[in-house]
Design a binder for this molecule. Structure first.
Ligand code: 4NP
Length: 171
């Protein structure tokens, strides 16, 4: 999709993105780590504020899932976040909230009712190879599930950064 936002992205007003899944221990922290790494590689750190959260409180305060960390490490990405629960204040803290699957999307929209701040989109609306599908939950799957999630998130993050870069203004 062609993503549109209503403002420029500047160092003074960085673009704030929150990646959201269910547990905040597999998919969304992986997305956060990959996107952060891409931004760093492009020297765009100061234009973005990046975080992640889970719609559930199942894993509050926990480190990222060990297999997710291992797969990410093997691609040169460190995942250091601790799980937190998404809440309605986040609509005022973030410009863009990216849901990993349609159930996360529905939970976010339930919380959002009446709040006009922030945009909510599916992460895979940025995937050129599987538009709007879910990022599959790897929690109960094998190692291939985790590798697949990494590949999907890397491809989607690449496109996300490409589209947002059009709004970056050096001033
Ligand atoms: P995530 O994966 O949403 O990608 O962090 C899950 C982690 C834990 C559970 C489900 C999904 N769980 O049911 O505990």
């Amino acid at each position: 999709m062609k993503f549109e936002t209503n403002r420029n992205i500047t160092k003074k007003k960085p673009y704030r993105i929150c990646f959201v899944c269910l547990g905040n221990i597999c998919r969304s922290p992986t997305a956060e780590g990959i996107f952060q790494q891409k931004v760093r590689e492009c020297n765009l750190d100061s234009f973005f504020y990046i975080d992640s959260a889970g719609t559930s409180a199942y894993h509050l305060g926990e480190k990222v899932n060990a297999t997710s960390r291992k797969i990410a490490e093997s691609h040169g990405v460190s995942l250091l976040s601790q799980a937190r629960q998404f809440n309605s204040k986040d609509f005022y803290e973030f410009d863009l909230i990216l849901a990993m699957d349609s159930s996360n999307y529905a939970d976010i929209m339930k919380l959002k009712s009446g709040i006009t701040n922030s945009k909510v989109e599916m992460m895979r609306s940025f995937d050129l190879d599987g538009l709007n599908e879910d990022v599959p939950d790897p929690y109960y799957g094998g190692i291939n599930g985790f590798e697949n999630v990494f590949t999907i998130l890397e491809r989607s993050s690449e496109e996300l950064l490409k589209q947002l870069s059009a709004y970056i203004v050096n001033e």
